[in-house]
Design a protein around this ligand. Structure first.
Ligand SMILES: [Ca+2]
Ligand SMILES: [Ca+2]
Ligand SMILES: [Ca+2]
Ligand SMILES: [Ca+2]
Length: 583
């Protein structure tokens, strides 16, 4: 055993002691929210008429006794202080989006009494803290605290210029007046993360958030406890521990050019797939837009599996190559309906981001016969012959049955002939990617007490509550061979990121940054320090890079569950991190 492996073992022990890795997400008090990129900047005017607000994505509901739904998340805790017999019933919805480093927050309240809390410094509205780029929590407030008849909302911030907030009163709302029932208020807030010291590639920000709701007050001293009541609720703890927002969802990916013809067999073993620009389509991902999770069979069941898929992009001329690797543990069709596991693409014609008719490309497990592969279909207005596809199921996967134990996922290759849609090399192809995930839905084993249903997406097609409107398409650039991998990212120093997902089964994504053009070797080691696999070893450009490890060794054999290490070695820099494979 050579010297570096002792170091690996030592790091491993430290990680074992300190690791509490978890990537599940509860519908009450979620530890993080996945924040979708808005298609356009939001106008901060207290009017939520932007299409981006109408789309379907995760949001918080601050309400006493709230029951969470598919995308509606309950917050951490509530406190109701009731000075008389009045029982507050306010619902406050908080939605978040981002556009680059601008974080948008929408507050939609149906508060029956919008007012200042007696003559104190408090009042109805939002009180939050956001951790800045130096790790310091900064307060931002947007609340009705001015005295007198019907004042406007007050905006306060600790870091000057870091935010802007505007509210409108709903029709019938008069602030600091108890003579009638109010209809509530609507507020918009933007937080400029760059002003708070974050770089353009910020992925995660810690916040906590309080909604304060005093009622039956007119802003007069002495009313606080004698007449009124207040309800407050918060996400995080009231002023302490934080929750995370994940705001990657980059709306653009770069399909690098290859001159190698794809072998269309569903197996992503062509050299060009290594390091291809990709999106991890999954709940809580830093790169995809969102999704939802439904247990249609039985709301009481405990099954919470949500598969993760990596979607990769390359191109050869105007042929767009799309590769999918999924760790789906139950590969099947949803036997009560038409839906099935797999890839569902919506295409656009060049210059038309709001197509009049659906253009569908499906590479999905529609055949209900046990052991069958994915079925490739063009649907809607997609031109005949405009795409082809194939699937591959590893040995451990037997589709359309649950009786042989958990499946080992699947992989897909799809080629879209984008010239059918009017695109040329160098263009940005607008499309929407959905990865469907039905579990325990096979006709021979459908179990209403277990089955579930979880589409996740990049872009989105069914994004409003009616599943049919407010389309959102993401861009894939058919890059000329000379184009830089990702011009939007700022390269500062060498870095090796934590793999994602982690723990994983069996696919994980390893990202790193090179400060200069150099030879970069990425290798996988087991806990004994034996090299399992070499993922890359060549001269690479400065910038962000990523490689996928699919849980196999250099001989293509699947490795066992356990702790593994990945290491990057360049002439200037070397670093090792731990990851956990759980089957
Ligand atoms: Ca607005
Ligand atoms: Ca109130
Ligand atoms: Ca292939
Ligand atoms: Ca599935």
């Amino acid at each position: 055993m050579s010297k570096p492996f002792t170091v690996f073992l030592f790091i491993g022990i430290l990680f074992l002691l300190g690791s509490t890795a978890s990537f599940g997400q509860s519908h009450n008090d979620p530890p993080f929210l996945q924040i979708q990129s808005a298609e356009n900047p939001i106008t901060i005017d207290g009017v939520a008429d932007e299409t981006d607000w109408l789309r379907r994505f995760d949001f918080l509901v601050f309400k006493n006794g709230f029951k969470p739904g598919d995308v509606e998340f309950g917050v951490t805790q509530h406190l109701l202080v009731d000075g008389d017999t009045y029982l507050d019933t306010t619902t406050t919805i908080v939605k978040m989006l981002h556009y680059g480093t601008d974080l948008y927050i929408l507050i939609d309240s149906d508060d029956k009494y919008v007012n200042k809390w007696g003559n104190s410094w408090e009042g109805d509205g939002l009180f939050m803290k956001i951790r800045d780029g130096n790790g310091i929590d900064r307060e931002i407030k947007l609340y009705f605290n001015a005295a007198g008849t019907d004042p406007d909302i007050v905006h306060e911030e600790q870091v000057v210029g870091s935010s802007e907030g505007v509210a409108t009163k709903k029709t019938g709302t008069v602030v600091n007046d108890t003579s009638q029932i109010d209809a509530g208020y609507l507020a918009e807030l933007v937080i400029h993360l760059d002003v708070l010291g974050y770089a353009a590639d910020v992925e995660e920000v810690a916040i906590n958030m309080n909604i304060f709701d005093p009622d039956k007050q007119t802003g007069v001293a002495g009313e606080e406890w004698n007449i009124g009541s207040f309800h407050k609720s918060w996400w995080g703890t009231e002023w302490g521990n934080s929750r995370l927002i994940r705001l990657a969802d980059r709306p653009m990916k770069i399909a690098q050019a290859t001159e190698t013809e794809i072998n269309l067999d569903g197996v992503l073993d062509e050299d060009f797939w290594v390091g291809a620009d990709s999106v991890i389509v999954a709940k809580g991902s830093y790169t995809s837009s969102g999704g939802y999770y439904a247990q249609w069979g039985d709301t009481l069941n405990e099954y919470t599996d949500q598969s993760e898929a990596i979607v990769k992009f390359k191109h050869n001329g105007t042929d767009l190559y799309i590769g999918v690797m999924s760790n789906d543990s139950s590969v099947c069709k949803w036997s009560p309906g038409w839906e099935a596991d797999g890839l569902f693409l919506w295409m656009t014609n060049k210059g038309d981001k709001r197509p009049a008719a659906r253009m569908e490309i499906k590479n999905m497990y529609f055949s209900a016969t046990q052991g069958t592969g994915a079925v490739f279909e063009l649907g809607g207005a997609a031109p005949v012959g405009s795409a082809v596809g194939a699937s591959h199921e590893p040995e451990g996967t037997v589709t359309q049955t649950e009786t042989n134990g958990a499946d080992d996922g699947y992989s897909l290759e799809t080629v879209v002939y984008t010239d059918y849609y009017g695109y040329s090399e160098g263009d940005t192809v607008y499309l929407s990617v959905v990865i469907w995930d039905m579990d325990y839905a096979s006709a021979d084993a459908y179990d209403a007490h277990i089955s579930d249903y979880a589409p996740n997406w990049w872009g989105t097609q069914w994004c409003d509550v009616n599943f049919e409107k407010q389309y959102l398409y993401r861009g894939v650039v058919l890059a000329f061979p000379s184009q830089i991998e990702d011009q939007t990212l700022i390269v500062r120093e060498f870095a090796l990121d934590q793999n994602y997902p982690n723990p994983f089964n069996p696919i994980t994504n390893i990202r790193y940054t090179l400060a200069s053009k150099t030879n970069a070797k990425v290798e996988i080691f087991n806990i004994l320090g034996e090299r399992i696999s070499t993922l890359s070893n060549d001269i690479q450009d400065a910038g962000r890079h990523e490689v996928i490890w699919n849980g196999t060794n250099d001989q293509g054999k699947a490795v066992v569950s356990g702790i593994y290490f990945y290491t990057i070695t360049t002439p200037q820099f070397t670093q090792t991190k731990k990851m956990v494979l759980i089957k």
